[in-house]
Ligand binder design. Structure first.
Ligand code: COA
Length: 177
């Protein structure tokens, strides 16, 4: 799926080498509490990502293409049909930061996810220093709902994380503009 020059491509095993490089970039990793996964673990995560249309999928991952090049990845995980919610993640290669591409890619993922009728809430977390990620969330209509104290380990320290949420009616109201 995609619009103009940005496309979201469902994760495939051949994306793993790009994903390894992306995850090793200092800028992409700067504010991310992600684990140090091996190539095999990343391949497992790609294999476990749901195929669109799979009604039991617990998560989806897409790679972001811009002008035909891979520039990042966006994902939804811990999808709960019972509670109608999913958690989002996103990461773009350093060279493409600050051009509005993150907002576009995550916005495209929201469009896709909200076609799932059961989905009522999307949420994500940010570190206080991660102004770019907060800006992406805010621009897409997320509300900062609170602070989760000591929620993650980051660079060897326990850190707070901000909690952001977006409800379906808020998303629909924004789309109606
Ligand atoms: C978060 C991320 C996807 C944003 O992508 P992006 O393409 O750079 O984002 P956009 O260009 O769409 O928007 C970035 C916004 O943040 C702002 N911003 C970017 N870098 C910033 C910085 N260092 N300080 C303050 N604001 C910053 C931009 O000004 C822009 O806001 P504006 O449109 O209101 O001016 C990207 O920075 C990234 O991959 N970071 C590393 C991984 C990460 O942190 N993931 C999220 C974990 S919660």
């Amino acid at each position: 799926m995609g619009s103009s020059d940005v496309r979201l491509v469902p994760a495939r095993p051949e994306h793993v080498d790009f994903w390894m490089v992306l995850r090793s970039e200092p800028g992409a990793r700067r504010f991310v509490d992600t684990e140090d996964d091996s190539r095999e673990q990343l391949l497992k995560r790609i294999a476990e990502a749901g195929t669109w249309g799979d009604t039991r999928a617990k998560g989806f991952r897409w790679f972001v293409e811009y002008d035909g090049r891979l520039i990042g990845t966006v994902s939804a995980r811990d999808i709960s049909r019972t509670h109608g919610r999913a958690q989002l993640g996103y990461m773009l290669s350093d060279a493409y930061h600050g051009r509005g591409l993150g907002t576009r890619a995550v916005g495209m993922m929201l469009e896709q996810l909200f076609t799932l009728p059961f989905l009522q809430r999307l949420w994500l977390t940010t570190l206080a220093e991660n102004l770019a990620s907060q800006s992406v969330a805010r621009k897409l209509g997320f509300t900062q709902e609170g602070t989760m104290r000591g929620h993650c380990m980051f660079l060897g320290q326990r850190r707070d994380q901000q909690l952001w949420g977006l409800l379906r009616p808020e998303w629909e109201a924004r789309r109606r503009g």
